[in-house]
Design a protein around this ligand. Structure first.
Ligand code: URA
Length: 183
């Protein structure tokens, strides 16, 4: 675990712990409010994110921004990160070992931000954070808890681009994220 943001940044930039370092243009660490109450965790950078060094700036990110506006989430008020910080080639899913090597970076981010709630975007984030046994279709929209943090899985915004019927669920889940204080 790293002690502060600067240490984390240096470690990420110099990271060669897995094969994704060979093909990346930029390490995409995370963005947003470092004291956010809500954190979003996606899968990994795509081509646009790799190019710009920022998470969720491509097509899926733009759709997420629209949904954020609709439910009153300000992007600058939340913190957004990914399971892996470097783009998997051809946008394939991150391999288990890649996610494992990258875990210390995400753990550090969670530890530094100390969010009250985490929204997991899609199956890769769900399985890496809560466990392989969970499926996104049955887990989305339900609250979980881990290490004192409330966790709400939902669909990955890229899934909404493939299947419009999931949009309503995504919106409902974001509203739940904003409204519910679970006890
Ligand atoms: N998809 C993700 O999971 N993360 C990004 O940053 C962009 C697209």
């Amino acid at each position: 675990m790293y002690n502060n943001w600067e240490e984390l940044k240096q470690a990420c930039k110099n990271c060669k712990k897995c094969r994704l370092c060979n093909t990346r243009k930029n390490v995409v660490i995370g963005t947003g409010n470092k004291e956010a109450k809500i954190m979003f965790i996606g899968e990994g950078p795509g081509a646009d994110e790799d190019e710009q060094g920022e998470p969720f700036v491509g097509k899926a990110g733009k759709l997420m921004d629209k949904a954020f506006i609709g439910v009153g989430i300000k992007r600058e008020e939340v913190y957004i990160a990914n399971i892996v910080k470097c783009r998997p080639p051809q946008n394939r899913n991150p391999e288990k070992d890649e996610a494992q090597e990258c875990k210390e970076f995400l753990d550090t981010q969670i530890n530094l931000v100390k969010p009250e709630k985490i929204c997991l975007l899609g199956s890769v984030a769900l399985k890496n954070i809560l466990g392989e046994q969970y499926g996104i279709t049955t887990s989305r929209g339900k609250w979980f808890e881990k290490d004192g943090i409330k966790i709400l899985p939902t669909f990955h915004p890229a899934a909404l681009l493939r299947d419009e019927s999931k949009k309503i669920n995504f919106w409902q889940d974001l509203k739940k994220l904003m409204e519910d204080s679970i006890t």
